[in-house]
Ligand binder design. Structure first.
Ligand code: MG
Length: 158
């Protein structure tokens, strides 16, 4: 049976942290705040996969109260989610995602992000979509207070 899932995440900018998106460190004055590396794109994708699998959300499996996963690479979160899906006999068809950020410019990093994500997902890069847009200056994203990401995932379930 085919199934699809949706994921959304947002993290706020803070000083003194690296900005990691899709497993790629992007040079910028600010980073995203969070318990893990705060990779908002990976989190949206992980939630889309969990949703497609009919499982609980990322906060259930990776709670921000768990000190053992503080600073965890979110590519590792995706790997663990994929392992969970594989155990349940599910395979991933494709993943598509959009990053919403006023700054920095994401486009120069899309290819690298796609490659990192494909590696963690265990699927070819052509099955991974990553796009970027701004919020046209509107709202908290438009004011550059943080970055949001949304994702969909398509899986085959036994
Ligand atoms: Mg998150």
């Amino acid at each position: 049976m085919h199934a699809c899932g949706i994921g959304y995440d947002v993290h706020r900018f803070v000083e003194g942290r690296a900005l990691v998106l899709g497993g790629v460190e992007i040079p910028y004055a600010l980073g995203l705040d969070g318990h893990s590396d705060a990779d908002v794109l990976c989190h949206a994708i992980a939630d889309a996969l969990l949703g497609a699998a009919g499982l609980a959300d990322i906060g259930h499996f990776f709670p921000n109260t768990d000190e053992s996963i503080r600073g965890l690479s979110s590519l590792e979160i995706i790997r663990q989610v994929c392992a969970r899906l594989a155990e349940a006999g599910m395979t991933i068809n494709n993943v598509d995602a959009t990053v919403i950020a006023e700054a920095p410019k994401i486009a120069p990093h899309l290819a690298a992000m796609k490659a990192q994500l494909a590696g963690a997902l265990g699927i070819p890069a052509e099955r991974v979509g990553v796009k970027a847009t701004t919020n046209e200056g509107m709202g908290f994203l438009g004011r550059g207070e943080g970055i949001a990401a949304m994702a969909v995932a398509s899986v085959e379930r036994a």
